[in-house]
Design a protein around this ligand. Structure first.
Ligand SMILES: [Zn+2]
Length: 156
């Protein structure tokens, strides 16, 4: 039989842990989407990677967020994808490129993306350039910009 103090301690620890549940960033449905394999384009071309990034951007806009999308590509395979969640998640750092890098690193179980390129619908901001730099991304290609892409640089 639990004493009054044991019962009280159990209740208090449950209350103390309750906010942690709220910090979980995703619902079960969102987690299932995050674990789902990425649908690959029929041909592994630059145009197809940009088209995938644009589709992510368009999805973000449809859902009421900012218009950015990005994919991480390794050996012709999309290994990470991201679109802006700044508005929907009230997260000023939820930029497409940063989330794409996180997605690729999680899926590949590595923090070293030095054999990966990023295709983005826009020129990455300094924060995202920093994320690409720390992930050691090889090149970032921006829709409509220089064909050869650019090497991510630390902005500061
Ligand atoms: Zn950014």
């Amino acid at each position: 039989m639990a004493t009054h103090n044991e019962t009280r301690r159990r209740l208090l620890s449950a209350l103390a842990l309750a906010p942690l549940g709220a910090l979980r960033p995703t619902s079960a449905a969102a987690q299932a989407r995050a674990d789902a394999p990425i649908r690959q384009p029929p041909e592994p071309t630059r145009a197809a990677f940009f088209a995938h990034a644009r589709a992510l951007r368009d999805q973000a806009v449809r859902e009421g967020d900012q218009s950015y999308g990005a994919v991480v590509v390794r050996n012709g395979v999309i290994v990470g994808e991201g679109r802006n969640y700044v508005v929907l998640h009230s997260d000023p750092t939820a930029h497409a490129e940063l989330l794409a890098v996180r997605d690729a690193a999680r899926r590949l179980a590595t923090r070293d993306l030095s054999d990966c390129d990023v295709y983005s619908t826009a020129i990455p901001c300094p924060m995202c350039q920093g994320a690409l730099y720390w992930a050691r991304v090889r090149r970032v290609f921006t829709d409509g910009a220089a064909e050869q892409g650019m090497v991510p640089k630390l902005a500061c």
